[in-house]
Design a protein around this ligand. Structure first.
Ligand code: ADP
Ligand code: MG
Length: 278
């Protein structure tokens, strides 16, 4: 039985001012699992990843990582904080929040420099990450001057150089060119094959099947709406419609007088089976 990495029991979270973001979320994530988190805008995906990264703490219920509660008190212990930060890496949805160093090189070197490694090891990790993300040519550039896609690759490299056991990726394909997207999909698969845990929040239904063993879906009410295999979730048109991940689509085929409606899943292949809506 694989080690349980995250265990959430009836977790609620509300932002200051009372804005609810997660309600009654119970869930376990095991080591080596590849999880995709689906949900429409504002359903709570980013909030979940921030709780898993120990940036916010459950307002009610309990959240454990590696068997230990993730509470504000736990993170005041430097040894706990260091061990946790070394094991878990979050790539933020908003890269501007993540990037703060003066150059791309410094940005990618930042995490390994915190790890008490030999200088040569730090350089090796940074060079490998710069190469993997094809950003060697940007090493002297200030991250804030880069394009959206370049920033995203720098943010990924800055976590890659840490080499975490657990990856938390928040809409990581946003702004990436097709080659980088395909690198990312391969990368997630390789991390999974190497026994790492990868939790990816995404809107891109086309990659779910490839990068997930299990899919969790948030409803617009911030509750967990479903947990299942990619086939179970992507095959459940009612669920995708109820969670605002797809919409009904009216159109007329050439040569037909009557128009009709059918469910339209953005990005996912749909086979023009129109029976449901006649
Ligand atoms: P998603 O990532 O699925 O789009 P979020 O986790 O970002 O959703 O947001 C969940 C809910 O929390 C939304 O209603 C959002 O408006 C609210 N929210 C997110 N961040 C903040 C914040 N910093 N302060 C107050 N409310 C927030
Ligand atoms: Mg988000």
């Amino acid at each position: 039985m694989a080690e349980v990495v995250f265990e959430l029991d009836k977790v609620d979270f509300a932002y200051e001012g009372g804005q609810p973001a997660l309600k009654d979320v119970s869930l376990s994530i095991c080591a080596g699992e590849r999880i995709v988190v689906l949900g429409s805008n504002g359903s709570g995906k980013s909030t979940l990843l921030k709780l898993l990264d120990g940036l916010y703490y459950a307002t009610a219920g309990s959240l454990k990582a590696f068997g230990q509660p993730l509470t504000e008190a736990a993170f005041t212990d430097d040894a706990f904080n260091f061990a946790f930060r070394r094991r878990v890496g979050l790539v933020f949805q908003d890269t501007d929040v993540q990037l703060f160093n003066a150059s791309v090189f410094d940005e990618v070197a930042f995490a390994p420099l915190q790890l008490d490694l030999e200088r040569a090891d730090v350089i090796t990790r940074v060079e490998a990450a710069l190469r993997d993300l094809r950003i060697d040519g940007l090493r002297e550039r200030p991250p804030h001057q880069l394009s959206g896609g370049e920033k995203r690759r720098v943010a990924l490299a800055s976590v890659l150089s840490l080499g975490p056991e657990v990856w938390l990726l928040d809409e990581p394909t946003t702004g990436l060119d097709p080659r980088s997207q395909s690198w990312l999909v391969d990368f997630i698969c390789a991390q999974g094959a190497a026994g790492r845990t990868v939790v990816t929040a995404t809107h891109d239904l086309t990659i779910v099947d490839t990068i997930a063993d299990r899919v969790i879906v948030f409803g617009e009410d911030h509750h967990l709406a479903a947990v299942g295999t990619p086939a179970e979730i992507l095959g459940n048109a009612e669920l995708l419609l109820a969670c605002n991940l797809t919409h009904e689509h009216w159109h007329r085929h050439p040569g037909q007088r009557e128009g009709h409606r059918h469910l339209h899943v953005h990005g996912a292949p749909h086979d023009h089976d129109h029976e449901r809506n006649g």
